[in-house]
Design a binder for this molecule. Structure first.
Ligand code: PNS
Length: 172
């Protein structure tokens, strides 16, 4: 039987335990899971691409069918190039739905062969987002229960960087 390869895309700035939870769930369902780290043009990243990729690699090193790679093309082109027919996305709450529906339908318009599948992270992480993590860390708050130890250390080293980045966030 043909192997099912899925792409889990995101900006992962930084990866949270909610993302890791979804990667673990995805790795159980799909034969191969590619975590694709991209830049969201609507957000100014706090961490470099190299840092974001390395945080995820560090977190999922025990999962043999998971690969982490940066991408800078259209997601549909990346999926085609990787031979993946599935996009995996996380849905935390109804508030995610509008944006995710729009993205999945526009990707379908561009690539009808690509199916988007949504999975819910554990309710333990349903309120966790990278933006809130950065906001809390920029004020010196404790995010250790919501991120990996490496991300926690990096955020502790960079609260002033988080603050600087926040103040020059791109206008909507
Ligand atoms: O975690 P995010 O910030 O929601 O991730 C967004 C990301 C990187 C997955 C999205 O911006 C993306 O797919 N970028 C690649 C360009 C693309 O294909 N955009 C969708 C059609 S406009």
């Amino acid at each position: 039987m043909e192997k099912i390869r899925a792409v889990y895309p995101g900006s992962f700035d930084p990866v949270t335990l909610g993302h890791v939870d979804l990667i673990i769930r995805g790795a159980r369902i799909f034969d191969e899971l590619i975590v694709a780290v991209g830049d969201n043009p609507r957000k100014k990243a706090l961490f470099s691409m190299t840092e974001r990729v390395s945080f995820i690699r560090d977190a999922v090193s025990g999962l043999k069918n998971v690969r982490v790679t940066p991408f800078s093309t259209l997601l549909v082109d990346f999926a085609r190039q990787e031979g993946a027919h599935v996009i995996l996305k996380g849905l935390r709450a109804v508030s995610d739905f509008d944006y995710e529906l729009q993205m999945s339908l526009i990707n379908r318009r561009m690539a009808g062969w690509l199916e988007t599948i949504f999975m819910m992270p554990s309710e333990e992480f349903s309120f966790v987002s990278s933006s809130l993590i950065k906001e809390i860390a920029s004020h010196g708050g404790d995010v250790a229960s919501m991120v990996t130890p490496a991300v926690d250390r990096a955020l502790k080293k960079t609260p002033s960087r988080a603050k600087r980045i926040k103040s020059r966030r791109k206008p909507k």
